[in-house]
Ligand binder design. Structure first.
Ligand SMILES: *[C@@H]1O[C@H](CO)[C@@H](O)[C@H](O)[C@H]1NC(C)=O
Ligand SMILES: *[C@@H]1O[C@H](CO)[C@@H](O)[C@H](O)[C@H]1NC(C)=O
Ligand SMILES: *[C@@H]1O[C@H](CO)[C@@H](O)[C@H](O)[C@H]1NC(C)=O
Ligand SMILES: *[C@@H]1O[C@H](CO)[C@@H](O)[C@H](O)[C@H]1NC(C)=O
Length: 497
């Protein structure tokens, strides 16, 4: 009965996989869409109907990706520069796909990928301690500082490139502030030690998502439904579909929730993930400034998470990959409980969920964040003409953060027919060309060995925990509403310096 590709002898029989007749994927971000594409290419799923539902309608220009999604705008860092060897290797695998630029049909073609190099730096001073809530947790592994992260990442990329002299020659230590300044080429500097990796670059996020959508559509195997999922539908033991805000119900034998930072509004994730809002500011440039900065390397300061990516179309983005803001939210429709037997929510605190300019058109970023972005600009590109130039746009980018920064890609332990693919932790975009295959492997009970455990559904402590993977500076668990309240003229765009 089962196609021969499934008779994989290494699988314990209890784990044998029999493909469902229908799959509903909630979310058309990197995880959801790449999974749809990967499944559509597998023999095992040739008889399975694959549907992707998302509030953004890919057939309507300008609405896909959703303008407040984590996969929107024009730039994401593509790197193998990770302190964890497993993610470094996955990043390396992914980069091979991004580097395909010859044909317009290639992922990296048409300017979707630019290998401008990445400067990774940190400061010798240890970052601020994470707030008390996290300190109360028994962290199993010692906390990495930003500097530890940069050093381990350096070792990993050197090891990955050790068999290829060309790749190896493109990585160089930057032992001090002057070396960092010379390499950056903007007269600015940052951090006190680091390295440049010219094998890293950045991708145009929205253009790459459009490419991915076209690929999925070309298969003719994926149906797309535009609609907002408000809740999961279930019987006594299994999830059977999803209900949309207009009352429609989509049914499927297997439901994959890949709703990014919004996942917690549909499924009680028991504190395993937390939506955090990260600040971004955008500045308009002149043509001459674009010309000068277009070839700068990316710079990322892991002591405070501030980074600048070379500008696109005369817009410069400054962003902060840090602890971010939380937004505790009480839901009208509670999420799916942990199991059919659960009486109520698994943790007493309301889950943090995104708040975006689609919810509040005039939402601005807190002054605390805007000030930090401005400081990074002054330090990294200290040009008088940019010093006070206002942000033309600011926004919060919502991550689905896990305590370790690992993704959460697993079957739900309490319900049949439910799989979650979330917990991006703000570093998943670069895996766009490879993550769908890995998620499909996990769906088929064949999670890559190096990510078993890391991506698993975990027993939780009952408290929200901030990400502590060595990449996050700043104060953990700042509450968005509190920070906005401290901000003069809050809920206004553009944000003030
Ligand atoms: C990285 O690329 C830049 C721009 O092409 C170049 O100036 C620099 O020397 C390169 N650095 C290394 C280590 O390859
Ligand atoms: C990098 O972070 C460290 C620690 O916060 C700081 O001392 C240094 O000035 C930072 N550089 C930038 C550009 O923010
Ligand atoms: C990226 O690089 C390509 C090829 O060099 C170039 O055509 C394109 O304009 C670049 N994109 C940006 C935004 O600089
Ligand atoms: C948003 O800002 C505009 C222009 O300043 C104003 O007219 C409008 O009332 C504001 N809307 C809300 C919901 O605050």
């Amino acid at each position: 009965m089962a196609p021969s590709s499934l008779s994989c002898s290494s699988l314990p029989s209890s784990q044998a996989f029999s493909p469902p007749s229908s799959i509903l994927i909630i979310g058309s971000g990197v995880f959801g869409l790449s999974t749809a594409l990967a499944l559509s290419r597998r023999d095992a799923f040739s008889q399975c109907s694959i549907t992707v539902v998302d509030r953004s309608d890919p057939s309507q220009p300008g609405t896909f990706p959703a303008p407040d999604a984590a996969s929107t705008d024009t730039s994401r860092i593509v790197r193998a520069d990770y302190a964890d060897p497993a993610y470094a290797a996955l990043g390396d695998e992914s980069q091979r796909k991004w580097r395909m630029t010859d044909s317009p049909a290639d992922l990296g073609g048409q300017g979707r990928y630019n290998e401008t190099g990445l400067i990774l730096v940190a400061d010798v001073t240890p970052p601020a301690p994470v707030a008390d809530l996290a300190a109360g947790e028994a962290l199993k592994e010692p906390k990495l500082t930003g500097m530890d992260y940069v050093q381990q990442s350096w070792a990993n990329v050197l090891s990955l490139s050790s068999k290829d002299p060309t790749l190896a020659s493109r990585i160089r230590e930057l032992p001090n502030r002057d070396a960092i300044r010379d390499c950056l080429g903007t007269a600015g500097s940052s951090g006190s030690w680091g390295y440049i990796n010219n094998n890293s670059g950045w991708a145009n996020a929205a253009a790459s998502m459009a490419w991915l959508f076209n690929k999925a559509q070309e298969t003719g195997r994926v149906s797309f439904v535009a609609g907002t999922v408000v809740s999961l539908v279930h019987d006594e033991t299994a999830v059977t579909g999803a209900k949309l805000s207009d009352g429609r119900v989509l049914s499927a034998e297997l439901v994959v929730v890949a709703a990014g930072a919004w996942t917690g509004s549909l499924v009680d994730l028991a504190g395993q993930t937390m939506a955090t809002g990260q600040v971004m500011g955008y500045l308009d440039l002149t043509e001459a400034e674009q010309e000068k900065l277009g070839k700068m390397p990316i710079i990322l300061n892991l002591s405070n998470g501030l980074f600048i990516i070379p500008p696109t179309n005369r817009v410069l983005k400054i962003a902060r990959h840090a602890s971010g803001y939380v937004n505790p939210t009480t839901l009208h429709t509670p999420p799916l409980p942990l199991s059919p037997q659960s009486a109520g929510p698994s943790i007493s605190a309301p889950a943090s969920l995104p708040l975006t300019h689609l919810d509040h058109p005039n939402l601005s970023i807190p002054a605390e964040g805007a000030d930090d972005l401005r400081r990074a600009l002054h330090e990294m590109i200290p040009w008088p003409e940019l010093k006070d130039r206002p942000f033309t746009k600011t926004r919060l980018c919502w991550y689905s953060d896990t305590p370790t920064g690992d993704f959460l890609i697993d079957y739900h332990p309490g319900w049949r027919g439910l799989f979650v693919a979330t917990g991006d932790s703000g570093h998943a975009f670069k895996f766009l060309p490879v993550i769908g295959e890995k998620i499909a492997d996990c769906i088929m009970h064949n999670c890559p060995p190096e990510f078993r455990g890391k991506w698993a559904w975990r027993k939780t402590t009952g408290l929200p925990v901030a990400t502590d993977d060595g990449t996050r500076g700043g104060t953990a668990l700042l509450v968005l509403a509190d920070e906005l309240a401290k901000t003069a003229e809050a809920i206004r765009i553009p944000a003030r310096d």
